[in-house]
Design a protein around this ligand. Structure first.
Ligand code: M6R
Length: 366
């Protein structure tokens, strides 16, 4: 059932070319320039006229929401907020009729997310579910939705569900933007093309697996790690840190790279691995100077970079090189080396990576 892999987590990481392909299949036509998603199409007025979108989720799904915030604001020009379901449900948030809630959940059974949706619904919000498990509670209580179609995810650490969430959220944003006219045709067609090529590029990224296993050996005894990224890769840094915490029990923190000098830089010494998510994008020059700041304090720099980035290659102690793509699409690729790194560190340490201590696959209690 693990298909020859040692753990479900590794199997699920390796399934990503197929799961992303399945998620795009029948929806995206990059040649014709169309995105078919019935749940979005049927409610397109509601979505294009939304004055505000609120993403509600927990954990890894919340990270997908953070990335989607940047994508939606960039492409659709609609203000977006991202909320932890557990905070949203207990406070007294301002919700107007017509606000659109995008609830993101792999399991569709996360208790806090369910209650947050119910609360927003009572205030007249429109609920769009981005859910993996077909027929789950969140899928049922949403007004409309789009499934991520990643198949059953058994490993407690979410991997393939995350990249499928990103694929679905990107398609929804593109569809709304196209309909609203907030994206020009050239950029729209270009992004559709890039999205279409993600499964092939993920296959390329997975070829890093053996070399990342080597890095895991090298860094497995670290006590702490810092993960830094900017822009679309900021939440990828958060996700990389969460994966490492869950699977290898190494304390890790994710931060926006520029925020580090407001505190976390105090942690940097010659022991500390600092993982930069630094693919070629509009923030590149800025992140290069953040890398310099870490090096000046003797931190050990590990970087996820785009192929051919000789600037960062010459600065980092270790690099994980991935294919180039548009910055909006990059998180679907840049997260994968971080999934592998967390997996291999956990595995080398002999931990039960599919069932880390204290964690459940879906958190159905408050
Ligand atoms: O099923 P959901 O997406 O609603 O679950 C949300 C979180 O509980 C989940 O992402 C959790 O953080 C994972 N263990 C992350 O790997």
């Amino acid at each position: 059932e693990k298909g020859g892999y040692d753990h479900f987590m590794l199997k699920e990481i390796f399934e990503q070319p197929d799961t992303i392909f399945d998620c795009l299949r029948g929806r995206l036509d990059a040649t014709k320039g169309t995105i078919r998603m019935a749940g979005i199409q049927q409610n397109i007025q509601q979505l294009t006229q939304a004055k505000r979108i609120i993403m509600i989720a927990c954990g890894t799904s919340w990270h997908a929401g953070l990335i989607a915030e940047y994508i939606f604001e960039e492409l659709c020009r609609i203000p977006v907020e991202v909320e932890y379901a557990s905070e949203f449900r207990y406070r007294n948030p301002v919700i107007h009729p017509g606000d659109v809630i995008i609830a993101i959940s792999q399991s569709g059974e996360t208790a806090d997310t369910i209650v947050a949706i119910e609360k927003a619904k009572e205030s007249g919000a429109f609920i769009l579910g981005v859910v993996n498990v077909v027929g789950s509670s969140i899928a049922r209580i949403s007004h409309a939705g789009a499934y991520t179609h990643a198949g059953p995810e058994i490993g407690v650490a979410s991997t393939k569900a995350f990249t499928a969430q990103l694929a679905v959220l990107t398609m929804i944003a593109l569809k709304i933007a196209h309909e609203k006219g907030t994206i020009d045709t050239t950029r729209y067609m270009q992004l559709l093309g890039e999205l279409h090529s993600v499964p092939e590029k993920v296959k390329e990224v997975l070829k890093l697996s053996e070399s990342i296993r080597g890095l895991a050996q090298k860094y497995k005894d670290a006590k702490d790690a810092l993960y830094l990224g900017r822009g679309y890769n900021f939440a990828v840094a958060l996700e990389g840190a969460l994966k490492l915490k869950e699977i290898s029990y190494i304390h890790a923190e994710g931060y926006p790279a520029a925020e580090m000098k407001h505190g976390p830089i105090a942690l940097v010494d010659e022991q500390l691995p600092v993982v930069f998510v630094a693919t070629k994008d509009s923030y590149h020059e800025k992140i290069v100077s953040n890398i310099q700041e870490i090096k000046a304090r003797k931190g050990r720099v590990i970087a996820v970079i785009s192929h051919g980035d000789s600037i960062i290659e010459n600065m980092a102690e270790d690099c994980m090189r991935i294919p180039e793509t548009d910055e909006i699409i990059a998180p679907m690729l840049s997260v994968i080396p971080l999934q592998l790194l967390a997996y291999y560190i956990g595995a080398v340490k002999g931990y039960d990576v599919d069932k880390p201590r204290n964690l459940a696959k879906s958190v159905t209690v408050e």
